[in-house]
Design a protein. Sequence first.
Length: 146
Amino acid sequence: MNAPLAGRPRPVEERALDHPEIDRAFIGRLVREFYRRVRANHRLGPIFEGVIGRDWEPHLEKLTDFWSAVILKNGAYSGRPVPAHLKLKQVREEDFDIWLGIFRQTAADLCEPDVAKVFVQRAERIAQSLKLAMFFRLPMAQPRED
Ligand code: HEM
């Protein structure tokens, strides 16, 4: 029998955003504008160009599926973001602040405020879990001095 989860905080359930204008086509425009700005950024641009190279179309389509799954909960993406980022040894923790800054600005420019808030909250949550996977290390145990 499954023990009831009494006393534990419930995981926050994310719902599909139900908004007449937010469909895959809209998300595709947001993704394309976001990566246009990322590519123009002097720190992030070269990191992406080094991995993705000249043909951005597959990445943009994959990221449109990813954001459709995150926002519309339509199951469009079934990849594994953590291993894709773990192999990026040149990425530093502070790069996520740049990434999120560009994402926030793009969402603010293209979405109405309520919608931008949903995109940004979900981006922040995923960024946090990617950062934990990439950078979190328990401090090494120190030898006792006594
Ligand atoms: C500084 C921050 C970040 C950098 C430099 C970065 C860079 C990259 C690069 C270079 C790839 C391509 C990997 C490949 O094709 O082998 C990639 C893939 C991807 N990124 Fe990021 N990323 C960052 C943050 C994020 C965040 C915050 C999210 C989500 C909110 C995200 C979502 C994804 C997804 C879904 C993929 C595709 C993974 C797959 O192959 O299925 N990234 N990223």
